[in-house]
Design a binder for this molecule. Structure first.
Ligand code: CUA
Length: 144
């Protein structure tokens, strides 16, 4: 059992230092009811943008029962940072073939960096039960 504990500590240490995986101690809060007034998540600020450092940032809002904006295009084999917020209740987002799988908790910004391995249409699925329309809450991302 000591060997098992040692192995777990080694895995946690490697993940923390080499993969940058840390406990969620840095949380970013946002007023879900006033997204339309926010500097980042107002309707005209959503979608794909490139910041001054050249990083691709995608800002999206989840709400019953869709992801907004409904259609985006992003490049393949490029590091893309997604920033998610919910306008109402708890949602989730999962994109198969990527590491994208997170809860979108109302009141908080969820940030995930991912890379799409190849061009194509990738489905975007809500994976947290959010109401009667949950199973219709999905969309597509065009990777070019
Ligand atoms: Cu949104 Cu389930």
């Amino acid at each position: 059992s000591l060997a098992a504990i040692g192995l777990l500590v080694a895995i946690i240490t490697l993940d923390a230092f080499f993969h940058g995986i840390n406990p969620p101690s840095k949380v970013e809060t946002i007023d879900s009811a006033r997204l339309h007034l926010s500097e980042e998540f107002a309707e005209d600020k959503l979608g794909v943008s490139v910041n001054e450092k050249g990083d691709v940032i995608v800002r999206m809002v989840a709400g019953r029962y869709s992801f907004f904006p409904k259609h985006i295009e992003v490049p393949a084999e490029t590091k893309i940072t997604f920033r998610w917020v919910s306008m109402d209740v708890l949602h989730g987002v999962h994109i198969p073939m990527t590491n994208m799988s997170t809860m979108i908790v109302p009141g908080y910004v969820a940030e995930i960096t991912t890379t799409f391995p190849k061009p194509g249409d990738y489905p975007l699925l809500c994976n947290e039960y959010c109401g009667l329309g949950h199973n219709h809450m999905w969309s597509n991302i065009a990777v070019i």
